[in-house]
Design a protein. Structure first.
Length: 341
């Protein structure tokens, strides 16, 4: 991910207790319970990597029917996580091939120009030593023939370079189209966010869980009266973005939505827990004061929250989050507005 430093978040209260685990009923829940019990009984630290390893071992001991059913779910999650990386890798490889072709064609063109330069020097020397009009005419004829031959070769190579150059520009554009990074805020960009949300909706519908979506922006009254207000807003936004990155969990996706708005995808998080996350984020950001010139600016944000559910569509939830963000921005009594739809 784009961010490097994180605060260790407190586990949400909705995470299952031991009593909840004992109520596991589905095949995948029973295997999850068995895996956790195995790690505890064997005194193996239940880290994500250890859990994944022993989950696979427990799954391998089950019947073909159960194994195939659960492996299909795991394959879907892997497909969702690898889909974007595959497209980026394809674009990068094609771009590298095009760049290599340009270098090869340019090298050949350079060599032929060097050959022409050498021949012209040789013919010039011959011309200096020519003592009769007949000798001069002979040298000029050879020069003309050399130029015609090399010009024909260079013309073909020049055409090849032009074609390869155009292909390279297309590849570079393709790579740029697949770029998932926003260099201004050191996080994912909107293009990646939209792609990730589409995959999240696919997972929510297939795997029957609930996630949440947050839209965040700085309070619209921050920085009023500051000199270089636009530059100040940008500096404030960068600091807010940094706080959002620091507060996010490993499973969260943080992106710049555009026009100074930030987005958070909270996977496997219901609206109640999403609201708690938003509240923690507001407290964290509002505890920060930024020095701009001789002014002390207290950071403030507003947040709109919506749920990602199997019975809705992506565009609907984004509009709901935008509406809630607008409500939070207009209502001075609350910093957070949550959609109940």
């Amino acid at each position: 991910m784009a961010h490097e430093t994180r605060q260790t978040p407190l586990p949400p209260k909705s995470i299952s207790t031991a009593a909840d685990v004992n109520e596991a009923t589905s095949d995948i829940e029973l295997i999850a319970k068995e895996t956790l019990e195995y790690l505890i009984n064997k005194d193996i630290m239940p880290t994500p990597s250890n859990y994944s390893l022993y989950f696979d071992q427990v799954l391998g001991s089950k019947s073909d029917t159960i194994r195939i059913e659960i492996e299909s779910i795991l394959d879907l999650e892997e497909e969702l996580s690898n889909e974007k990386n595959l497209e980026v890798e394809k674009a990068l490889k094609k771009g590298l091939i095009s760049v290599k072709s340009v270098l090869n064609a340019t090298s050949a063109l350079y060599k032929n120009i060097a050959v022409m330069s050498k021949l012209l020097k040789e013919r010039y020397a011959e011309l200096k030593n020519a003592h009769s009009s007949k000798d001069i005419a002979h040298v000029l004829k050879e020069v003309s023939e050399d130029i015609v031959k090399l010009s024909a070769v260079i013309k073909v190579q020049n055409s090849n370079v032009k074609e390869i150059h155009e292909d390279t520009l297309k590849s570079i554009k393709r790579i740029d189209d697949e770029t998932i990074y926003d260099p201004t805020y050191n996080m994912y960009n909107k293009k990646y966010l939209m792609s990730r949300l589409r995959r999240e909706y696919k997972a929510v519908k297939a795997l029957k869980f609930e996630s949440s979506f947050l839209l965040i922006e700085q309070d619209r009254n921050i920085g009023i009266g500051l000199n270089d207000r636009e530059d100040s807003k940008e500096l404030i936004n960068k600091n807010i973005g940094l706080q959002i990155l620091k507060s996010s969990k490993r499973s969260d996706e943080v992106a710049h939505y555009g026009h100074g708005k930030f987005a958070m995808l909270l996977r496997h998080t219901n609206l109640q827990e999403a609201k708690k996350t938003a509240e923690r984020l507001v407290k964290l950001v509002e505890a920060t004061t930024l020095t701009i010139g001789s002014d002390q600016v207290k950071l403030k944000i507003n947040i709109g929250v919506s749920a990602i559910k199997a019975d809705k569509i992506l565009e609907e939830d984004i509009v709901l989050a935008l509406d809630e963000l607008e409500n939070a921005s207009k209502n001075q009594k609350t910093k957070i507005s949550v959609s109940d739809k």
